[in-house]
Each structure stands twice: as C-alpha cells, then as structure tokens.
Ligand binder design. Structure first.
Ligand SMILES: Cc1cc2nc3c(=O)[nH]c(=O)nc-3n(C[C@H](O)[C@H](O)[C@H](O)COP(=O)(O)OP(=O)(O)OC[C@H]3O[C@@H](n4cnc5c(N)ncnc54)[C@H](O)[C@@H]3O)c2cc1C
Length: 460
C-alpha cells in the first residue's frame, strides 16, 4: 500500500479519480499477456505531459519504480509491474494533437489506439504503415516502446522507421525532445531511434511525431499451399529476391495447419497442405496486377500444390480465413503458449524451420510456428501445461536450444515483441559483456536512480 502522504501528493498532482489502488484495479494491471502477475502499489492515470513530469519527480525522490503501460497487450512481461512499483497507465493521454496531411505527419499522445492513427491518415489518402495484429486495442506508446511491427513491415519497416520525433520524460523528471518535423534530419545524435524499442526503461514517452506515407490504391492477396515447410521457405527466398517487395509475406507451418484443421477452419485448403504462405501486393491497380503475376511466378516451384489470388474484399477475407483462425486454434492444443519471436536472415529460414521440427521431436512438445516470413521473423509457440513440471523442464531446455540455434543462424532473440522480463536472461547469449555494460551505462544516463521499468530488457 502506498503511504497516505504519498497517496495524497499524487492525488493533489493528478486530481481525483486518477489514482486507483483498489484490489480489482491492482489485479487488472498486474500483468500483460504473459501468465506472470505482480500487483503494483497503485495505478496512476496521467492526463498530460506535466502530470507525467510530476509523477516521475515524486517517484525519483522516493525511489519508487514506475512501469509504463499502454494496453497491456505485450507478450514479454514488459508492462508487468515489479514489486513495490507504480503503474503509469497512458490510457487517458489519448489525444491526436495534430494531423498535418501536407507534411504527412501526425502528432499523438502515447495512449492513442494504433488503428485510429491509420484510420485518420486514410481519410487524407495516407497511411500509418506499422500494423501489429493487436492494432485494434494496443496503444502507440506501447508500439514505440517495443518497436512493434506487423505484416506490412516487410515492405514499409517497423515502428522505428515511422517516427520523426519524440517528447519524453527521463528518470529524474527532466524533459527530452528528439528528432524534428522533417523527413530529413542530420543535426543531433539519433535519440529517437534509441528511445524506440527501449521498453519504458530509458524514458516515458509523452508525445510522438509520426511519419505518414501515401496509402496504396489497391491491395490483392495470394494464398499458396505447399507439401512441406522447406518448399514454402524456399519460395519466400525467391519472392524476396524480386525487385518489388510484397505488402505482406506470412508463413504458417505444418503444425499450425494441423491446429487449424482440428479447429475446423481449414475449409478450402487441399488435403495434403503442410505449409501455407499468404502474400500481398499493393500499389496502383495496374501495378498490383503486374506484381501479382511476378509473385505468383516466384511462388510456383517444388512442392506447390495450390495458388489462389483475390482482389475483392470478400475474396481477400476468404483467403485469410485459415490464417485469422490460427490464434484461436492454437489455444486448443494446450493451455499455455510460450511464445518466442525469433528472427533470422531470410536465406536461413528453411534451416530454422527444420531445426524447430527437430526440437519438437527431441523435446516431445507441440511447437506451432508462423509469422512474418519476409522478415525472417517467426513466432515459435511451445504449447505446454504450466502444472506439468516435467513438461515445463523440457520446454525450458527447448527454449535454450532454440535461442542458440537462432543465434547460430545469424539471427536475433526478438523481431518485434521485445525482451521484457521474459527473455532478458538470454541477452548474454547474443551480446558480449562490453555491449551489455554499455547498455547499462546508457540506462544510467537516462534513468540515474534506476526507477524506470527495472527488471526489464537488461539482464541482472
Ligand atoms: C493478439 C496479439 C497480437 C499481437 N500482434 C503483434 C504484432 O503483429 N506485432 C507486434 O509487434 N506485436 C504484437 N503483439 C504484441 C503487443 O501488442 C505489442 O508489443 C504492442 O506494441 C504493445 O502495446 P501496448 O499498448 O499493449 O503496450 P503494453 O503491453 O502496455 O507495454 C509494452 C511496453 O511498452 C512500455 N510502454 C508503454 N507505454 C509507454 C510509454 N508511453 N513510454 C514508455 N514506455 C511505454 C511498457 O512499459 C512495456 O514495456 C500482439 C499481441 C497480441 C495479444
């Protein structure tokens, strides 16, 4: 429980109704999408940049840890409080401060829902390119903190590539501004790119100037079925060698297809389908037709058993049905999914998928893999029962081998979900002590007292 005088000080700063410490709220804000929980001492709902400055100043004085939170949709424990911490929820800082179509930018507070940014941009023929699957409810502050991405990022890049500038509060309450409102900028060190992906450990982001790009006139989809994972991965390599990049290039492995079949959503997939690619083309109508032909040629090859394309909304929805059912289908396999988010160079994807199959057999675990194949980014889901200690031990050993394999293929621990509390123990496998020490020194510069999201991102 927060001491009475501190509680009163926060209420005086924020106004009534912006501090909640009842048991239900604490339980609600004790976790993100990961199964671990840790209730905070209180949840604060700032409504302005000045509120955030005030909160951080009090917290720094009292050495109180702060955990920033968007929608809590992260899947690495990034928004999970640490013992004795306060949650700073950005849900009420949800204003779009400026929409400037002439300069193709939007200035937003961190609590704006990601899809709302794209929707507003589209009203002027523009788009906000990053499209996480959680876009209907996650917040732009969470996306910035995690460098979130989605299917479109194979062509347009992740969140980091769409931020012009930031306003943020450091761990001692000082304000920092980075970047500019221009698409060219060669003035200062690039603190924007550093803060994006910093997972609430360096600063609390209170405002972002986002870059918008012209929205494509048309998008068309292709669904391709293969008899093996390896054949699908080889097709990915062929597509990624073309001069035109796809708007999306998504992969589902054989175990994912089995799950969809068991769930009853595999209607329309040929019986011997063991891997599926979903590919999209965008551009002007004439360009899309041309790109579809190029993609179809590259996708055709050994092991391809069916290729279907669609231009209309209904056709596109039909082609994506199996893929969209996947997250529900996976839940039927086992109650808990340990979700790795590894990334390898595209030319090593086939080796990764083969290694995952071998790990599934060796550790006797159902492993469902799918994801953004065009970026070499796979969500590798180890399906387990948390009350089965023997199975959980196998899963731990399997995770370690998976990470080692990924690093051996020239890859990295995370493509888009970040590190949070769940993956930080693996960081020393990817980075040497000099590198980790340098990151610690950077954190100390931004957060001298160490109150911003401790226990996340960096190993102990
Ligand atoms: C169904 C589903 C689909 C998903 N699909 C994708 C996907 O396609 N691509 C993808 O990248 N991710 C995906 N995710 C993961 C998740 O949605 C993203 O990581 C998202 O960016 C988290 O946003 P959030 O608002 O929920 O942030 P939270 O989970 O609340 O927080 C995430 C991190 O951001 C920090 N943070 C939040 N706000 C601020 C701020 N203002 N300043 C500083 N730090 C802050 C938190 O401390 C935490 O470390 C998915 C999750 C689900 C459940």
């Amino acid at each position: 429980m927060l001491a009475d005088d501190l509680r009163a000080e926060f209420i005086a700063l924020l106004g009534a109704g912006r501090l909640h410490d009842d048991i239900d709220t604490l339980a609600l804000y004790s976790h993100d999408e990961t199964p671990r929980h840790c209730p905070p001492e209180a949840v604060l709902f700032p409504a302005s940049h000045d509120h955030v400055v005030g909160i951080v100043k009090i917290a720094a004085r009292e050495h109180l840890p702060l955990t920033a939170r968007g929608a809590g949709s992260g899947n690495v424990g990034g928004a999970m409080p640490t013992p004795g911490s306060l949650v700073v929820s950005f849900e009420c800082m949800n204003r779009i401060l400026e929409f400037d179509p002439d300069n193709r930018l939007m200035v937003v507070e961190p609590g704006v829902v990601t899809d709302d940014i794209d929707k507003l941009a589209r009203s002027a023929g523009l788009m906000y390119a990053p499209d996480p699957g959680s876009g209907a409810y996650c917040r732009i502050g969470g996306n910035l903190a995690m460098n979130a991405a989605g299917p479109r990022c194979v062509k347009y890049g992740a969140t980091r590539d769409h931020v012009l500038g930031l306003r943020a509060v450091l761990g001692d309450g000082r304000e920092i501004r980075s970047g500019s409102r221009t698409t060219k900028y060669a003035t200062a060190y690039d603190l924007t790119r550093l803060l994006v992906g910093s997972e609430g450990t360096l600063a609390l982001i209170t405002e972002a100037t986002l870059k918008l790009i012209p929205a494509p006139e048309q998008v068309a989809s292709i669904r391709v079925c293969y008899t093996s994972n390896a054949d699908a991965c080889r097709a990915v390599e062929r597509v990624m060698r073309l001069p035109a990049l796809p708007y999306a290039l998504e992969f589902m492995d054989g175990r994912a297809i089995d799950a969809i079949r068991e769930y009853g959503a595999a209607t329309g997939l040929p019986a011997d389908t063991a891997a599926v690619l979903m590919v999209e083309a965008d551009g002007r109508a004439d360009e899309v037709a041309q790109r579809l032909i190029q993609f179809e040629r590259a996708l055709s090859g050994p092991g391809m058993i069916e290729i279907q394309s669609g231009f209309s909304r209904d056709e596109i929805v039909r082609l994506w049905t199996a893929r969209k059912s996947l997250s529900h289908a996976v839940k039927k396999i086992a109650p808990l999914k340990i979700n790795e988010d590894v990334v390898v160079p595209v030319s090593r994807l086939a080796e990764l998928v083969q290694a995952i199959d071998a790990l599934a057999s060796k550790h006797r675990l159902p492993i469902v893999s799918f994801g953004h194949a065009g970026n070499g980014n796979l969500h590798v889901n180890l399906m387990v029962h948390h009350d089965d200690t023997e199975e959980m031990a196998r899963a731990r050993a399997c995770r370690l081998e998976l990470v080692t394999t990924v690093l051996g293929l020239g890859g990295s621990l995370s493509g888009e979900h970040g590190i949070g509390s769940e993956k930080r123990q693996f960081l020393p496998l990817e980075f040497d002590p000099v590198n980790i020490d340098f990151m610690r020194q950077l954190k100390a510069l931004f957060d001298p007292i160490g109150i911003l999201n401790p226990g996340k991102k960096l190993p102990d």
